[in-house]
Design a protein. Structure first.
Ligand code: UGA
Ligand code: MN
Length: 244
């Protein structure tokens, strides 16, 4: 199957560094189609050049977050949803261009700031409906992870540092959905109306129940993705002519 990795990205000092890391991870992954969506009115040259140098199979799109939904410079990050417009644009492209009879694949939401092991993509390729796995360094824990019932082998709950009682207490980096399901539920998308922190949970609710989740990464005992965050650099001077 093809892994469709949908990545929202936006202009800031660390963008090129983030996209370099992500694209060079994807270069080690067979059968991946990168759906890269810029948070801007138009595609930028920086991202266009990075894409063309990458030699990856890429669909490059742009979808700007409406101004009233955008975080201000000083706002704490939980104040607004991030990546909504871009993931929805990715979903729209997937639904308009892929055919359930011909295209076999799995859809994964791959934020540009996390750190991904190539091992994760082998797990994603196994997803029949909805697969889940642990995510490192998130929610105030060393890792968040689905809890597996040893008797049934199914997910019975979640270890999460934050609202563990959410229907699916999973970070965006902790699940993937089979393309067939994505295409079968054309109205499922992300929304600004969702409660803060409930994007993942509400989106997953369109597709599955806890009972059906497929635990991956060695029964959810291995961490293959980390919710890293790049420090915002303090830039006090600009050297002209250097693209960073
Ligand atoms: C956490 C989750 O890991 C995100 O997947 C989720 O979207 C977010 O919370 C949320 O609740 O909205 P966090 O690390 O705080 O994420 O979010 P960011 O990494 O800052 O943003 C997620 C994605 O959206 C990134 O790929 C980022 O490049 C993109 N983004 C962020 C934009 O496209 N535009 C922005 O203005 C901000
Ligand atoms: Mn992030």
């Amino acid at each position: 199957p093809m892994v469709y990795a949908v990545t929202p990205t936006y202009t800031r000092y660390v963008q090129k560094a983030e996209l370099t890391r992500i694209s060079q991870t994807l270069a080690l992954v067979p059968n991946v189609h990168w759906v890269l969506v810029e948070d801007s009115d138009e595609k930028t040259d920086l991202v266009r050049n990075l894409v063309s140098e990458s030699n990856l199979l890429v669909t490059h799109l742009a979808a700007k977050t409406p101004t009233y939904e955008k975080l201000g410079e000083k706002d704490p990050r939980w104040k607004k949803h991030r990546g909504v417009e871009q993931r929805n644009a990715g979903l729209k492209w997937i639904r308009a261009n892929l055919d359930p009879n011909k295209d076999k694949g799995v859809v994964f939401f791959m934020d540009d700031d996390n750190t991904y092991s190539v091992k994760l993509f082998k797990e994603i390729a196994k997803v029949k409906k909805v697969g889940v796995w642990p995510v490192g360094l998130v929610g105030g824990l060393n890792a968040e992870a689905p809890i597996i019932d040893q008797q049934t082998g199914k997910v019975s709950g979640y270890r999460s540092g934050w609202k563990a009682d959410r229907p699916f207490a999973i970070d965006m980096a902790g699940f993937a959905i089979n393309l067939e399901l994505i295409l079968a539920k054309p109205h499922a998308e992300f929304s600004y109306k969702m409660e803060k922190g409930y994007q993942e949970s509400e989106f997953l609710s369109y597709f599955t129940t806890k009972d059906e989740l497929e635990p991956l990464a060695d029964n959810c005992t291995k961490v293959y993705v980390w919710h890293t965050r790049t420090e915002k650099p303090t830039v006090k001077g600009i050297i002209k002519g250097l693209e960073v």
